[in-house]
Design a protein around this ligand. Structure first.
Ligand code: NAP
Ligand code: HSE
Length: 432
């Protein structure tokens, strides 16, 4: 009988994702080892607190608070980083690479901010850094862009790529749930980041869009290139009006190629209810890619949570183990192009939904229409929604035709100064 030497795995992090990884390695280890051709062995697990109560049982002999016990172990060939955050994760990934270990990570912040330099470091040390779980959890997005769609010239990506915010927006829209309760539920379900500000302010989606756009357009796109806004200013009234007008409200991540520039932006948007993206609910994510050969493609699935994310992490680990076992060389690096500029948000053109509280008397609409008209913004429809007779105020909802963003921002500032405008309640871009 030939005894094959196991491939050692070091796990950094045993939280929502790490626990799923440890569980699947324990429960499906034999099947996975069979697929690879040799056994996989979980050798060490890095945590902050070894005495913490865990959702799964992991032998205490595997737990450590010392990263060097993974980094210094010559039998560990693959390091799985699922700690999250920029530091110390970035330093540990670099250290693992320098010691000749392959790395799998779910860390979008590290990949979005430092991807190209880490991939260069990995090439230098003849190892691989895989990151399928960093965007869309278990949906094979990275593999699709890196390989499956390579023959295409991609013109746009319209995506819902944050499970926490999509869950919150769905609970608010369908059940009238309060924002904080919906966020609390998303945290309990393991969808949110350790600091959920990253989710609700669109930062997590901006990291993910930077990763997808870099792959789609073969240009290094940094998180700082991505304009981002979150969902905290969306109110129950916006959901009600949007529904009446035939729209859903989604946190959209948009990357669009123009003649010599790229648009990369994350913000809430009104999406027509009959579009597939409008029907993506709860923790589900969807990424709509438009390519010259494939046409329109929609990738859809659970975008957060322990097991969907584990699915992608384990897939990357198996891929590496298979190649290590057979001595298959690493694939060549992707080449990044020069010469694209990022279009500032102030220069985009889109349609807008505006909600304002105004004085309820004749001539008010004319003043607002004039302010918008002065900035070349044309009104598509206007509806007067709620009237407070005691207060003599009304709420109006205006839908515009395509307008320039800078002009819209200036018009809103001017409108807010009109004595008849009590409040500009919200403005939301309309897409699709
Ligand atoms: P988590 O539940 O907060 O778990 C983090 C784990 O890392 C914990 O076990 C923690 O140890 C350990 N850790 C953190 N800092 C450490 C340090 N300095 N030294 C040692 N151990 C440390 O996070 P998660 O939700 O699993 O997410 C992990 C990563 O996956 C993040 O990059 C996240 O963005 C990404 N991701 C998450 C999801 C998801 O649905 N949750 C989906 C896709 C990608 P203790 O347990 O001892 O505190
Ligand atoms: N916090 C992230 C989300 C986890 O809600 O989408 C998955 O990347």
């Amino acid at each position: 009988m030939i005894i094959k030497k196991p491939i050692g795995i070091g796990l950094m992090g045993l939280g929502v994702v790490g626990s799923g990884v440890a569980r699947v390695l324990a429960e499906k280890g034999d099947t996975l080892g069979h697929q690879v051709g040799c056994p996989l062995s979980l050798k060490r697990v890095l945590v902050r607190d070894v005495s913490k109560k865990r959702s799964i049982e992991v032998s205490s002999s595997l737990l450590t608070t010392q990263a060097r016990e993974i980094l210094d172990d010559p039998e560990i060939a693959i390091v799985i980083e699922v700690m999250g955050g920029e530091r110390p994760a970035l330093d540990l990934i670099k250290e693992a690479i320098k010691r000749g270990k392959h790395v799998v990570t779910a860390n979008k912040e590290v990949i979005a901010k430092h991807g190209p330099s880490l991939f260069a470091l990995a090439r230098k040390h003849r190892v691989e850094l895989l990151y399928e779980a960093s965007v869309g959890a278990g949906i094979p997005l990275i593999a699709s862009l890196r390989q499956g769609l390579l023959a295409n010239e991609i013109s746009s990506i319209y995506a819902i790529i944050n499970g926490t915010t999509n869950y919150i927006l769905t609970q608010m829209a369908n059940h009238g749930m309060d924002f904080s309760l919906a966020l609390h539920q998303a945290q309990k379900l393991g969808y949110a980041e350790a600091d959920p500000t990253a989710d609700v302010e669109g930062i997590d989606a901006a990291y993910k869009l930077a990763i997808l756009a870099t792959l789609a357009f073969h240009k290094e796109i940094l998180p700082s290139d991505v304009h981002h806004e979150g969902i905290t200013r969306i109110t129950a009234r916006d959901f009600r009006y949007a529904q009446e007008l035939g729209y859903a409200i989604k946190l959209l991540a948009i990357a669009k190629r123009e003649i010599d520039s790229l648009q990369v932006r994350v913000h809430p948007a009104l999406v027509p209810q009959d579009l597939l993206l409008a029907k993506v609910e709860g923790v589900f994510n969807a990424v709509q890619v438009e390519g010259d050969l494939i046409g329109r493609l929609l990738l859809y699935g659970q975008g957060a949570g322990s097991l969907p994310t584990t699915s992608a992490v384990i897939a990357d680990a198996i891929d590496l183990a298979y190649r290590i076992h057979r001595n298959i060389p690493n694939p060549p690096p992707s080449l990044l192009a020069e010469g694209w500029s990022i279009k500032p948000i102030s220069q985009i053109q889109t349609r807008y939904y505006l909600r304002m509280a105004v004085t309820d008397r004749p001539g008010v609409l004319a003043q607002i229409a004039k302010t918008l008209g002065d900035h070349l913004i044309s009104i598509a429809s206007v509806i007067q929604k709620e009237v407070d007779e005691d207060d003599q105020t009304a709420e109006i909802v205006i839908m515009t035709h395509q307008a320039n963003e800078a002009a819209m921002q200036e018009a809103l500032r001017e409108a807010a100064r009109l004595p008849v405008v009590h409040e500009v309640g919200n403005f939301i871009r309309v897409e699709g």
